[in-house]
Design a protein. Structure first.
Length: 290
């Protein structure tokens, strides 16, 4: 987004982390694909880095790595199988299990929760910030991006990292952010029905926004097609509250403050949007027939 704002790329820019949304855009708006961010989804970025950066640092032959992701999402299975998702030289993500499938495996295996001790994720690539946690809620990707864009553009520290205007269950949410004189208008489409309304404006050239988040599933990934099915809206609200509570309690809440992300750029990728990050973290989209 920063590059497009500074250098005049295609706007509004659309997020690309939801493969259900990407499938929808490739199918129904094939002439608007230039608006999509070229960033791969977190699953695919992680997959390509595990078999390159992590393998190199840990001294492991990448051909011996079998990477499994646990996701809220059935569309992630399709995404992992896309032929272009092999920039590590191997299939970047070998297997995707949905959270519902993992729940079934746990039930088959018997009650194990009370035998498990809470523990930290392994390093390398285990550190995370609140910005990552909130990706699971509609508006979270936008909020995480704004926390970083604001500080990088203005050079100032945010007094309050909570962009509450993009949170919640409304179908379309809007906000404006003043980046030292440049007002950036953003929107969040919470479901594909909302995305269609927004995309019809983009297609007509009347969209007033610079940056738009689209999540395929209502509520975001907390309501994903691979999740245990929430029996009521109140259950979805509980999940969203849990996410924002976790974010609020973390010492680091902005992606650019993650020490392992900084080390990744220092030691391996060298610069955002440089050659290596372009190769491993970015992709392109293709029109598909209806
Ligand atoms: S919003 Fe739905 S389709 Fe998109 S990544 Fe989340 S669970 Fe998958």
């Amino acid at each position: 987004m920063l590059k497009r704002l500074k250098e005049g790329g295609t706007l509004p820019m659309l997020t690309s982390c939801s493969p259900g949304w990407i499938n929808f855009c490739e199918t129904f708006y094939p002439d608007q694909l230039d608006h999509l961010s070229t960033c791969k989804s977190p699953q695919q970025m992680f997959g390509s880095l595990v078999k390159t950066y992590w393998a190199q640092k840990m001294g492991v032959d990448p051909s011996k790595i079998y990477s499994v992701s646990i996701m809220p999402c059935t569309a992630k299975k399709f995404e992992a199988a896309r032929p272009e998702m092999n920039s590590s030289g191997y299939r970047d993500v070998d297997l995707v299990l949905t959270t519902r499938e993992v729940g079934k495996l746990f039930r088959i295996g018997g009650p194990i929760w009370d035998k498990m001790e809470p523990s930290q994720f392994d390093s390398l690539m285990g550190a995370y910030t609140g910005a990552a946690v909130i990706f699971g809620a509609s508006g979270g990707v936008m909020e995480a991006a704004l926390r970083t864009v604001y500080e990088v553009v203005t050079g100032k520290t945010l007094a309050d990292v909570n962009f509450t205007g993009v949170r919640g269950f409304e179908s379309i949410k809007e906000a404006s952010v003043d980046l030292d004189g440049t007002v950036v208008k953003v929107a969040v489409a919470n479901s594909l029905g909302a995305a269609r309304k927004i995309m019809d404006e983009v297609k007509a050239g009347t969209s007033p926004y610079h940056f738009i988040e689209v999540m395929c599933c209502p509520g975001g990934c907390i309501g994903g097609g691979g999740q245990t099915i929430p029996s009521t809206i109140a259950k979805k609200v509980e999940r969203i509250h849990a996410i924002y509570d976790e974010d609020a309690g973390l010492p680091l809440r902005k992606s650019h403050e993650n020490p392992e992300v900084k080390a990744l750029y220092d030691d391996f990728l060298h610069e955002p949007l440089g050659h290596k990050s372009h190769e491993l973290l970015h992709t392109h989209y293709h029109p598909t027939g209806k």
